[in-house]
Design a protein around this ligand. Structure first.
Ligand code: C2E
Ligand code: MG
Ligand code: MG
Length: 759
């Protein structure tokens, strides 16, 4: 094309002709050539432009393809990083073409150092399920049968031995292969996928292990066990259940559970099973009787739980059957013991109250029911002179007399000490009860033989006949009436019988109250002393004074029997002063000047300053060091309202008499008192001590209160310690001192006066 242009140009450069005609012909030729040359040039230019555009398009397409391929690789890598499957691509000749990170991790290899290597050169040891080594090329590469592309041939479980791992410790991998087409007619490649199934295998192994364990546990369990279907029929049972029922495991299979038991609890059992199936409860426990193959009945406790499938559908029941025959007998014995007096075998107070109450609740009790209260005359003297063993023999003898006198007409009970009660139930109540009373007196005519002695014993008897009012008042009203009559009989002399009439109303309480004033003057109210010890070494550091009433007829009365009467009768303050005087005098005579004594004082004995005045006067009169007398504040619920009480306590504390909060930890003694009152120490209420060690809450509270008291630098004393275990626990948990029957009960003053200083 350039030649043409050059030729045209050469031709057009010839000099112009001068003749017109030849000149015209020449010029036409020239113009034609020029036109042709121009056209050729344009065509050439266009061709160049088209070529360039095509070239640019091809470059752009190539770039797009490259970006797409990068993007695909990226996605592939991302996919590989999240999938649990590892992928390995190898050639048919066993050369690793590509390997995902996951595959490398499963095989324990590096991607970079593995690509391009022969499968047989990879540093891995493959084993089959029998533990025999396998050829990596045969497992991971082209396998016979890996025929059609895109078709997974076979999948094999392979172990990869862990470097340094014990034999048998291999990672279990599921390996599958398939042929994938390669581009441009090249040889196809082998795509191998690897899935680590070690965890799954372990779970399966654990499941089968626990199934075996359950079966073995069930077969060998010492109590009866059964697997029961949803129809409540035995599917499988163990030997213990078969033995309990006197039959064989084979005989039990398919047997309806409900038919094992006696009919009376069948409905209850059915209902419980239904409740399990409905999901309103997860397990149930039922005590019932099963009939053995030999016809004998056994008591059992049945515990059943429903097992559900993973989707929550009921599957089967697991049932435990425990022989409870013996524990039931024991429970019955315990109930008997709880309801009877161990010495005489008679009913005790609890049983008597129950019997009386149920008798009184029956229709037509008036004139059919009577209560007879009986108390021995001079029993205390027998005890004091001949000892407790002799006293016990007398009580047993008297019990026999009462039983014989009552015969089948009622129930005889011993309430404690020498107090007996007979509940008489007869068509003719009044006649029967008088006959019983007469028979008792007659039976006691004969002296009791005790330790080769013949002791004369007599009893006083009070009788209450049920009338409509008393029947309404129930057991307490009947017992109080009989007691009032007894009191009258006692006051009248030995061996008498009195019948209750309403003029005796509350005679026992009223009588005691009126007697109390005289008792204070007669010196019948005396302090007994209970040792308080250092829990670290059990050394006695002091005593608590506890008041007792040596009652001429009733024997030794404890505070709860008369303190409320003293308060009602306005004698509380006087009683407090009486005890205070006695205690200071005793302390002054105690041989060991290091020991102290605490005196109880209740809120109603404080407020008018009389208690503090008396106590401080006695302390200075006897020249006792103030710190040796300690005051225990009991029944403190009233204190909060009384600024005067606080004032009196402050007066004592200022004079050197420490004040302790009694019954600490109960509602009687709120924590705020620690802040509001001049308190030097606390006494842990015995309800917490008695809860140790069985009641965890009691232990926790004791520990927390101990920590609190120590934090406030208070003296800590725990009460009611009966066992060494309690003492140890309390000592470990911040209680420095303790008292209780473990260390000694309250004893008369002689006990503390006789103790030498070194003791
Ligand atoms: P408290 O001050 O808490 O006295 C402790 C009570 O527990 C005493 O009962 C004591 O005999 C009893 N006790 C001691 N160790 C044990 C043990 O190991 N186990 C058990 N279960 N009990 C044990 P008591 O003598 O019947 O006194 C009862 C309450 O009467 C006293 O409780 C105190 O609040 C009050 N009290 C006693 N004497 C007086 C007094 O002179 N004046 C006043 N106002 N109240 C008194
Ligand atoms: Mg006390
Ligand atoms: Mg107490």
């Amino acid at each position: 094309m350039n030649d043409l242009v050059a030729t045209g140009a050469a031709r057009s450069s010839q000099p112009p002709s001068t003749s017109l005609t030849p000149h015209v012909a020449v010029s036409d030729t020239v113009s034609t050539v020029t036109t042709v040359i121009g056209a050729i040039a344009v065509v050439a230019l266009l061709a160049v432009l088209v070529l360039m555009a095509r070239q640019r398009r091809e470059v752009r397409r190539a770039n797009e393809a490259l970006a797409l391929s990068r993007e695909l690789r990226h996605r592939y890598d991302a996919l590989q990083s999240v999938t649990k499957e590892g992928a390995l691509v190898s050639s048919l000749t066993g050369k690793v073409l590509d390997m995902s990170e996951r595959a490398a991790a499963i095989l324990g290899l590096e991607v970079a150092s593995s690509n391009g290597r022969q499968l047989t050169d990879l540093p891995i040891v493959l084993v089959n399920e029998a533990g025999l080594a396998m050829n990596p090329a045969a497992v991971l590469g082209h396998r016979t049968g890996t025929g059609h592309s895109g078709f997974t041939v076979d999948s094999e479980l392979v172990g990869i031995a862990l470097p340094g791992g014990a034999q048998g410790q291999a990672r279990m991998v599921q390996v599958s292969s398939q042929l994938v087409p390669a581009g441009d007619g090249e040889q196809p490649a082998v795509l191998t996928t690897l899935v680590d199934v070690t965890g799954r295998r372990e779970v399966e192994a654990a499941l089968s292990r626990s199934e075996t364990q359950f079966r073995v546990a069930m077969e060998n369990a010492p109590i009866g066990m059964a697997l029961v279907d949803l129809e409540w029929r035995v599917v499988e049972a163990n030997a213990a259940l078969a033995e309990l029922l006197g039959t064989s495991v084979a005989a039990l299979r398919g047997y309806p559970m409900a038919d094992l038991g006696t009919p009376e609890t069948r409905d209850a059992e059915r209902e419980e099973v239904e409740r399990l199936l409905q999901g309103s409860q997860h397990r149930f426990s039922l005590e019932k009787r099963y009939q053995r193959a030999d016809g004998h009945l056994v008591w059992v406790v049945l515990d059943a739980a429903l097992v559900r499938t993973p989707t929550g559908a009921p599957d089967h029941f697991v049932v435990q059957v425990r022989d409870s025959t013996e524990s039931r007998l024991q429970a019955e014995m315990l109930t008997h013991r709880a309801m009877h007096d161990p010495l005489t075998g008679l009913a005790n107070r609890t049983l008597l109250q129950e019997v009386l109450q149920s008798v009184l609740e029956q229709p037509g009790v008036v004139d059919r029911v009577a209560v007879l209260a009986c108390d021995l005359d001079g029993f205390k003297e027998i005890n004091d002179r001949y000892g407790h063993a002799a006293g016990d023999e007398v009580l047993v003898h008297v019990a026999g007399v009462l039983r014989a006198a009552t015969a089948r007409r009622g129930t005889v009970a011993r309430l404690g000490g020498d107090e007996f009660v007979v509940v008489v139930q007869d068509i003719d109540g009044p006649k029967a009860v008088f006959e019983v009373a007469a028979a008792i007196h007659a039976g006691l005519q004969e002296p009791v033989r005790v330790a080769r002695r013949r002791l004369a014993v007599a009893a006083s008897i009070g009788i209450a006949l049920a009338d409509p009012d008393m029947a309404d008042g129930g057991a307490p009203a009947m017992l109080a009436a009989a007691d009032a009559a007894l009191y009258r009989a006692k006051a009248a002399g030995r061996g008498r019988t009195e019948v209750y009439d309403p003029t005796m109303s509350h005679i026992s309480g009223a009588g005691l109250q009126s007697e109390l004033a005289g008792a204070l003057e007669a010196g019948e109210l005396v302090a007994h002393y209970q040792p308080i010890v250092d829990l670290g070494d059990a050394r006695v550091v002091g005593y608590e004074a506890l008041v007792r009433w040596h009652h001429p007829y009733r024997g030794l009365l404890l505070p709860q029997a008369f303190l409320p009467l003293a308060q009602e009768g306005g004698l509380a303050v006087q009683l407090g002063q009486h005890v205070a005087r006695q205690v200071v005098e005793t302390v002054a005579r105690m041989p060991d000047p290091t020991k102290w004594v605490s005196v109880n004082v209740s809120a109603d004995q404080l407020g008018d300053g009389e208690f503090a005045t008396t106590l401080l006067a006695e302390i200075s009169r006897h020249r006792v060091m103030a710190g040796r007398i300690v005051v225990e504040l009991t029944e403190t619920s009233l204190v909060a309202s009384g600024t005067r009480i606080r004032h009196e306590l402050t007066q004592l504390s200022a004079a050197g008499v420490p004040v302790l909060l009694d019954d600490f930890g109960t509602g009687q003694s709120p924590l705020s008192y620690l802040r509001d009152l001049p308190v030097a120490g606390v006494k842990l209420d015995m309800s917490f001590t008695s809860g140790i060690p069985d009641d965890p809450t009691a232990g926790k509270v004791a520990r927390a209160l101990g920590a609190l008291a120590r934090e406030l630098a208070m003296v800590t004393i725990a009460e009611g310690i009966e066992h060494m275990e309690q003492a140890d626990f309390l000592h470990r948990n911040g209680w420095r001192y303790g008292q209780g029957w473990l260390f000694g009960s309250a004893q008369p003053a002689q006990s503390v006066l006789a103790v030498s200083p070194s003791a």
